[in-house]
Design a protein around this ligand. Structure first.
Ligand SMILES: [Zn+2]
Length: 53
């Protein structure tokens, strides 16, 4: 059974095993549909993270 993950940059949902890029930030892994989305996330992670206080 594969886990569903969400690309926080473009909002796409997909199976974790189909992710094209993974980026670890503050101890969590984030999955992306493409290296381009990963690049955007890397530049401004806080912009894409939900529920920041
Ligand atoms: Zn994406």
């Amino acid at each position: 059974m594969s886990e569903r993950v969400k690309d926080l940059v473009c909002g796409m949902e997909f199976d974790r095993e189909k992710a094209k890029a993974v980026f670890c930030y503050r101890g969590k892994s984030y999955y992306f549909c493409s290296p381009g989305c990963e690049e955007k996330f890397k530049k401004e992670p806080d912009r894409y993270l939900p529920g920041r206080s």
